[in-house]
Design a protein around this ligand. Structure first.
Ligand code: UDP
Length: 403
């Protein structure tokens, strides 16, 4: 695990000094993160990088995960989709299942943190345990057009928190509590993002029987309809009519996402006649993800909805040209034609990919600009600073000034 000093060559001494100053003021606090899965998906990714650094800064930090059965996670996945604006039938029985599991977690989980930091809707009802401590609700979802039934249900809990955090100004809501807009981040020194020797990259390609004989387009995501893997295949097939290339669709599943298996079957069905489409079921292995991203000529993120899309920052940090949908948190990361290309359709994605494959110099420039944008805005150090300011604001109200 990287040490704070190792970030200095990337972000500068002053950034690390700021973090130490802020952390000194939080030394007597226990920060407790609670979410719904220890691995898989962006929230677990961020916490696994952030928790060790908070500890290294001297802030007592714990990370707890709620428990739930299959039915509970089927319901919370429906909530997730509905909050992203997808059409879902939500019944009273779904709300009852949600509350039954929530009540079990309320009984089981010790919410002893001075600051209890709840991530996403799955553990939201734990707020019922609020005592004298401070509670934050961090929403990682694009709730710009939420299903009203689910949002109203969440509003039974949200106003009892001290503050809420959203990833983008577009997601802010009318709430009776303070809201903070803090975008997620990636860790440049994690196994997922650190530099890799070419031999490691080649070994991963060999493992998955991928040759380097033609350009590689890649989307790495959980197999989730909102990531539109079928749309990626359709865009690839359009590109392939003009340019000989190959596609990697790689992903694992998350323990709080029961839809994955069905989606993988759909994707395999669509891909089965084409030997240039590699569907990879990845084990939880950050080096492999890193290697696949680095081996790619173009990275795609053709999401239909996206809270933020860490995979976009991960690709840009590797200076890769990215084609991604203009949805959710993605336009925070990509300025069209400057640090990547945004698209709105399968045809648009195919057009943008062709443009990048045909103009390597342009593609390279977009990737380099993207890397600088990530350095300035989406690294873990910026995120840590904003979270610590947020923690301090819970105790100092209006006295805290944003740096
Ligand atoms: N990821 C991974 N293995 C996979 C699929 C995804 O490690 O097989 C990682 C990906 O690199 C990223 C995170 O999971 O760090 C996904 O975060 P993102 O914000 O892109 O999407 P989410 O899954 O949270 O919707």
């Amino acid at each position: 695990m990287a040490k704070l000093e190792e970030y200095i060559p990337i972000v500068g001494q002053a950034t690390i000094d700021d973090l130490r100053l802020l952390a000194d003021r939080l030394k007597d606090k226990l920060v407790q993160h609670i979410n719904s899965t220890p691995v898989g998906g962006g929230v677990a990714e961020i916490l696994s990088c952030m928790v060790p650094l908070l500890r290294e800064l001297g802030i007592n930090t714990r990370w707890d995960v709620i428990k739930g059965g299959e039915q509970f996670f089927e319901v919370t996945k429906k909530f997730h989709n509905a909050l992203h604006g997808r059409k879902e039938e939500i019944s009273q029985r779904d709300f009852d299942i949600f509350m039954d599991t929530s009540n079990e977690n309320i009984r089981e989980i010790d919410t002893c943190g001075d600051i209890v930091f709840i991530h996403d809707p799955q553990p939201i009802a734990l707020i019922k345990k609020k005592a004298q401590n401070k509670w934050l609700w961090r929403c990682h979802i694009d709730v710009s057009e939420p299903n009203q039934k689910v949002w109203k249900f969440l509003m039974n809990f949200i106003p009892n928190y001290d503050s809420a955090v959203f990833s983008s100004p577009n997601f802010s809501q009318k709430l009776p509590i303070k809201q903070f807009l803090i975008s997620p981040s990636i860790d440049p020194l994690s196994d997922k993002n650190k530099d890799l020797p070419q031999e490691t990259i080649d070994a991963v390609l060999r493992k998955y029987n991928i040759l380097k004989d033609k350009p590689i387009m890649t989307q790495i995501s959980r197999f989730d309809r909102l990531k539109d893997p079928v749309g990626v295949i359709q865009a690839f097939l359009q590109v392939k009519k003009y340019i000989d290339c190959q596609l990697i669709l790689a992903g694992g599943t998350a323990s709080d996402d029961p839809e994955g298996i069905k989606v993988i079957e759909e994707v395999k069905e669509k891909a089965k006649q084409d030997k240039d489409i590699h569907i990879l079921l990845l084990p939880q292995n950050d080096i492999e993800v890193n290697a696949l991203q680095r081996a790619s000529t173009v990275i795609i993120q053709k999401s239909i909805k996206e809270g933020f899309g860490l995979t976009v920052s991960e690709a840009l940090w590797k200076a890769k040209p990215v084609v991604a949908s203009n949805v959710g948190g993605i336009p925070l990361q990509i300025k069209h034609k400057y640090s990547g290309l945004l698209c709105h359709s399968i045809e648009g994605a195919a057009f943008a990919i062709k443009q990048l494959l045909n103009s390597p110099e342009y593609a390279k420039k977009l990737g380099e600009n993207g890397r600088e944008n990530v350095r300035n805005n989406f690294l873990l150090t910026r995120h840590l600073k904003e979270y610590m300011l947020l923690f301090l604001s819970l105790y100092h109200g209006e006295d805290v000034v944003y740096l």
